[in-house]
Design a protein. Structure first.
Length: 123
């Protein structure tokens, strides 16, 4: 690659600064662009069979799915994905195609506890 003399070069890097090319010093993942990571949490209904668990494990092969975590005790499934590639409707479709029946989508952050009612003023 020819280096443009007008483009600043950092000797510690193998790629000229501002060239737009990925550099191992700045990009440690396989993605060459910055991505928007989103997590979604589902509560599933029904039994989780070995066949469904294997199908869920294969959803990680879909480009954009980063992590799939299953919690059998809480009956929840957490999926981390790249929002520049997928959206929540696509992720839900992948999960249902794997054979898991989704009961509801849960918030990732628990709602705050209700505030106690103020005590009536004494007269």
């Amino acid at each position: 690659m020819a280096v443009n003399p007008a483009m600043p070069v950092n000797p510690a890097r193998t790629v000229p600064v501002g060239s737009g090319l990925p550099n191992s010093a700045t990009h440690s993942t396989c993605y060459h662009v910055i991505m928007t990571t989103v997590e979604v949490l589902y509560r599933y209904a029904g039994l989780l069979t070995e066949q469904v668990a294997l199908a869920l494990a294969r959803t990680r092969d879909v480009y954009g799915i980063r992590r799939v975590a299953l919690d059998r005790e809480a009956c929840t499934l957490r999926v981390e994905f790249d929002a520049t590639r997928l959206n929540t409707a696509m992720v839900m479709r992948l999960v249902t195609l794997a054979g898991l029946r989704i009961a509801e989508e849960l918030p990732l952050i628990a709602p705050p506890p209700p505030q106690p009612a103020p005590a009536p003023a004494a007269s």
